[in-house]
Design a protein around this ligand. Structure first.
Ligand code: PAF
Length: 272
């Protein structure tokens, strides 16, 4: 595996290879990333993975500092998966050039995580746009766990006529329904147990909404239940219609329940 630290070196490889399958990450690689990489491999064997912990998408310095980093382990995982290229730039390499595209912030960026993490999606779109301008991949692979991020990147790509196709990948979960996430490393065994109880409680609520044919979906009693389980803070629990991105009110809409809450100061998000 070639480890590339500067875009001028990457450029030489890009000029030769031309079609890449690109998997952007912030490191802290886990089984969910492995699935993205395996999917990418099926499309095209020239896999380029990036590892860059983007400070612009963290709305607190403390969160940025405590974000899980384990470069050695990441490299081992990527080598095992036979990834050919790893780009791990520094801040200057990414942010010191003038971009061609303008960041497009769709109104959905103001909802859910956008409401609770000011500047987060602007930071995500800024870095992803820069990576796309540098790499110009044929495909980019992104997970549905970050549905809001995925949707906003889709909107930005469409608006700017970027030639990259997005391949969205299903969320990978452990046997207790806990989604794989880099942040899980900061959870101990009992935190993980609580997190999986919470996600299962939300899952059951969705089943109930459908079974009871609810006409006015409301999560106030679910929120109380989750706080009673021991969750210290809930940012949101909301039903979102996946077709029009608005709040889903009725059981028969095509919706997912989106949630963000804190366990042991670790912010967990999911949707299903
Ligand atoms: O999902 C992530 O890991 C990040 O938001 C991404 C897409 C790599 C941009 O920094």
């Amino acid at each position: 595996m070639k480890i590339i630290r500067q875009k001028k070196d990457l450029q030489k490889i890009i000029n030769k290879i031309k079609t890449f399958s690109f998997v952007p990450t912030m490191g802290g690689l886990h089984k969910g990333h492995e699935i993205l990489i395996k999917r990418a491999k099926k499309r095209n064997s020239n896999i380029l993975v990036s590892i860059f912990v983007n400070p612009k998408q963290f709305n607190s310095r403390k969160d940025f500092k405590s974000y899980p980093r384990n470069f050695k382990k990441d490299v081992k995982i990527l080598k095992k998966l036979k990834v050919k290229y790893l780009y791990c730039p520094n801040y200057k390499d990414i942010f010191s050039f003038k971009t061609n595209n303008k960041i497009y912030m769709h109104w959905f960026s103001k909802r859910l995580c956008g409401k609770h993490r000011p500047g987060h999606f602007k930071g995500v779109l800024d870095v992803v746009n820069r990576l796309l301008e540098i790499i110009k991949p044929k495909y980019i692979f992104l997970g549905k766990k970050d549905f809001q991020q995925l949707t906003l990147i889709k909107k930005h790509i469409k608006k700017n006529n970027i030639k990259t196709s997005i391949i969205s990948c299903n969320t990978l979960r452990d046997k207790n329904f806990l989604p794989y996430s880099s942040r899980n490393i900061n959870l101990n065994k009992s935190n993980k147990k609580l997190a999986s109880i919470v996600f299962n409680t939300i899952k059951n609520e969705k089943i109930l909404i459908k079974r009871k044919k609810m006409q006015d979906i409301n999560f106030s009693s679910l929120k109380r239940k989750i706080l009673k389980l021991g969750v210290k803070k809930i940012d949101y629990i909301e039903s979102i219609n996946l077709d029009n991105l608005k709040r889903a009110k009725k059981y028969n809409e095509n919706f997912n329940i989106f949630s963000a809450f804190f366990i042991n100061n670790v912010r967990l998000i999911d949707n299903f």
